[in-house]
Design a protein around this ligand. Structure first.
Ligand code: HEM
Length: 289
């Protein structure tokens, strides 16, 4: 899947419209410029003020990064703010066809008494104001573009490199879906091998090898380690996926790790760690608790 098609998909989820012009579309290209800039500025160590918050108290004349951040913000808002403005205008003109995250949120916010909520942050009763909504929608577009296209491309590569896996996956698709239609979400529970192939692709060729920085909001102890309150914690996806205890011979692409014939392959999604494969606290983990 090309990155443009992946963006078009998340555009549909977020704003209820596709990017019809895939090639030479300046707005799509700007999304990728913004994503690439985000990847650069969020690298740990690129901005000292991230590591040493005391620096944030410096006045503007000693804080050149702040002027740059303001410029970046204005540049990003031209794009992200433009999407929200256009969306609102078309909804005001009576376009009710858009069944998407932003429409659903604006409808609920209006029912909650905030038809208009300009500005930053959230309302006193917890609704996102426009700028926060703009950035939340933008996060979906940023997060769901190159991740999805790169995962889909790795999936195809893995299938081509492992003909026996491909044959088994094909057999399952033919038996469950047949040749006359595309698979849909209702088929998922009947396609445990396909789901296992997707999970193994995401493990072996994860599009992202390091997570995003998080902050601990209390002291935590893990084994012999103290993680003090307010530490920056970054998950090491690569090490988690290549853990030889959880995944023996981790370099080998083997969907059977996740496959149990006759039962749906569970996804490790949502906040409930019970369902995770790789969380040390999960019953599915092979680590001793
Ligand atoms: C194969 C596709 C994807 C991969 C490999 C992927 C991977 C990741 C990773 C590694 C993180 C950081 C986790 C952390 O350190 O806490 C993340 C965060 C996030 N992803 Fe994805 N992602 C994918 C698709 C998507 C899609 C399609 C969306 C939206 C529709 C999305 C939305 C997000 C959001 C909103 C966050 C931030 C979550 C937070 O603030 O904690 N991702 N993703």
């Amino acid at each position: 899947m090309s990155i443009e098609k992946a963006t078009s998909n998340v555009m549909m989820v977020t704003y209820g419209k596709r990017a019809h012009k895939i090639h030479n579309n300046p707005r799509l290209h700007k999304i990728y410029d913004v994503v690439s800039n985000f990847v650069h500025v969020s690298q740990p160590g690129n901005f000292l003020a991230d590591a040493f918050p005391i620096l944030r108290t410096l006045p503007d004349c000693f804080a050149s990064w702040r002027a740059r951040a303001r410029e970046m913000h204005a540049w990003e808002m031209e794009l992200w703010g433009g999407f929200l403005d256009e969306h609102k205008k078309s909804v005001m003109k009576g376009d009710t066809s858009r069944d998407c995250f932003v429409s659903a949120y604006l409808r609920s916010r209006e029912e909650g008494g905030h038809g208009e909520a300009p500005g930053l942050g959230i309302t006193e009763d917890g609704w996102m104001r426009d700028k926060m909504l703009t950035y939340t929608a933008a996060t979906i577009l940023e997060a769901g573009s190159d991740t999805v296209s790169s995962a889909a491309q790795s999936f195809v590569l893995m299938m081509l490199n492992h003909p026996a896996v491909l044959a088994k996956a094909r057999e399952e698709i033919d038996a469950v879906v047949g040749g006359g239609r595309l698979p849909n979400f209702e088929d998922q529970d009947h396609l445990p091998y396909i789901v296992a192939c997707i999970k193994e692709t995401l493990r072996r060729h994860s599009p992202i090898i390091m997570g995003i920085p998080h902050r601990s909001d209390q002291d935590e102890v893990y084994k012999d380690y103290l993680i003090p309150k307010e530490s920056t914690v970054i998950g090491n996806m690569w090490a988690i996926h290549m853990d030889p205890v959880q995944y023996p011979n981790p370099a080998v692409f083997n969907p059977d790790r996740f496959y149990k014939a006759g039962s749906p392959t569970p996804w490790g999604s949502g906040p409930d760690m019970q369902d995770r494969d790789q969380c040390v606290m999960s019953p599915r983990s092979k680590h001793t608790h």
